[in-house]
Design a protein around this ligand. Structure first.
Ligand SMILES: Cc1cc2nc3c(=O)[nH]c(=O)nc-3n(C[C@H](O)[C@H](O)[C@H](O)COP(=O)(O)OP(=O)(O)OC[C@H]3O[C@@H](n4cnc5c(N)ncnc54)[C@H](O)[C@@H]3O)c2cc1C
Length: 379
């Protein structure tokens, strides 16, 4: 009987694991010893970092969307379906297109921005964390003639540097438009400093100050009054706004809650080195779906995917997994419209941004184009 490997979730992490396994187990798949299946909800695969560029009108939506079918190796049996339950005892995934059994399961169901967790936010807030939100924000930013823009953040959220990028870009966008002095930019952050990483906060503070961007720390969003256009924090601080941009707290996918595989936030307890789940030995987890204390980022999912694939290959060959993820994450950060910096980190070394340059900005754009090769497991 063929061994069934199922990958649930065709985002960055799931797609990369599938493509690594498709190549690494080519022989076993071809001679029928292994069957590799990916179950994912959407036919389209969206490169989410592209939302930032869509919001500024710098790129069209189509540029960041490809058919999932075009990204996965022919060795992968692709199923477009919504998983409703993972029964770890029976090793079955229930979907709207039937049940799928597995010997090994890789969960890559991501992290979901939960606008609904903050009363008033769905009505009053804008965002750049969904395609719909990015397109709507593009119109609002383009037509903005002056007033107060506030950003509010919930924890945890994917891409911890995205709010920095948005704000440094907004500053320059309005400068270019010639209306910067008519726009008040307010950056609120839920923690004590302006960023969760100490050295990023140290770098960011003077960058905000020299651009006249006001920051308010320890601002945990609690509610929004859509009529009065006021955002209130948990401890009662208030900020009025003309445009409110939010990155709400993220939670795990519904199927993880329904299957009782996650913690109170719906993220799955996972060994940070082997990436095997702590809830069941035949389940690995990749990307934003893990409860590992690490940036929820495409880069994290990218590096993790190689370790997950190698460890599963070893297990299939009767060996103990020996590939230990070191926590490597690498993220470019736009520091305006024409300069960028980057951070590089692992479990032992915290991030420390390098001085921004035009060259790093172009590297970020180059990576955006190369993403499709990375997703295919070619880079
Ligand atoms: C605006 C923005 C900017 C970003 N910028 C960067 C950046 O510069 N650098 C960086 O490294 N990261 C960045 N990120 C973060 C990055 O996009 C995510 O961290 C990454 O996509 C996580 O990959 P993942 O595979 O864990 O989850 P995802 O890519 O979100 O994929 C999850 C998949 O699971 C599927 N799924 C969920 N539930 C089910 C179900 N029940 N049944 C079937 N399928 C299901 C979904 O359809 C989806 O395909 C950014 C994100 C945003 C929103």
């Amino acid at each position: 009987m063929a061994k069934n490997i199922v990958i649930l979730g065709g985002g960055t992490g799931g797609t990369m694991v599938a493509n690594h396994l498709a190549k690494g187990l080519n022989h076993e798949i071809k001679n029928g010893e292994v069957k590799l299946t990916m179950i994912t909800a959407e036919e389209d695969h969206i490169y989410q970092p592209g939302y930032l560029f869509i919001a500024f009108g710098l790129q069209n939506p189509e540029h960041y969307v490809k058919k999932q079918k075009a990204l996965v190796h022919p060795n992968v049996n692709l199923v477009i379906a919504d998983a409703t339950l993972i029964d770890k005892d029976k090793k079955v995934i229930k979907t709207n297109k039937g049940d799928f059994t597995y010997d090994y399961l890789v969960i890559g169901t991501g992290a979901i921005p939960r606008f609904d967790l903050i009363p008033g936010l769905p009505e009053a807030g804008d965002d750049f964390y969904t395609m719909e939100g990015a397109l709507k924000l593009r119109e609002k930013i383009t037509n903005f003639q002056g007033g107060k823009i506030v950003i509010t953040l919930g924890q945890p959220h994917k891409c911890p540097v995205a709010p920095i990028e948005l704000y440094l870009m907004l500053h320059e966008f309005f400068e270019k438009k010639g209306i910067r002095e008519k726009v008040e930019l307010v950056y609120t952050y839920p923690l004590e400093e302006v960023h969760q990483a100490v050295k990023v906060a140290k770098w960011l503070k003077p960058e905000l100050e020299k651009r006249n961007i006001r920051y308010v720390t320890q601002f945990v969003p609690a509610k929004v009054d859509p009529e009065k256009k006021v955002l209130t924090s948990k401890d009662g601080k208030e900020e009025s706004f003309d445009l409110l941009i939010s990155i709400p707290p993220h939670r795990g996918a519904k199927v993880i809650f329904d299957s009782k595989l996650g913690n109170e936030m719906g993220f799955i307890p996972t060994n940070q080195y082997t990436l095997k789940s702590e809830v069941d030995p035949s389940i690995y987890v990749v990307g934003d779906a893990t409860a590992i204390q690490i940036s929820k980022a495409g880069s994290t999912a990218h590096y993790e995917s190689e370790y997950v694939a190698k460890n599963i290959e070893q297990e299939l060959h009767g060996q103990t997994p020996t590939h230990f993820y070191d926590g490597k994450v690498f993220c470019f950060i736009e520091a305006g419209l024409e300069e960028g910096t980057y951070i590089n980190m692992d479990y032992k070394n915290p991030p420390n941004p390098v001085p921004p340059s035009a060259m790093i900005h172009w590297f970020k754009h180059a990576f955006n184009e190369m993403y499709w090769m990375t997703a295919r497991g070619l880079l």
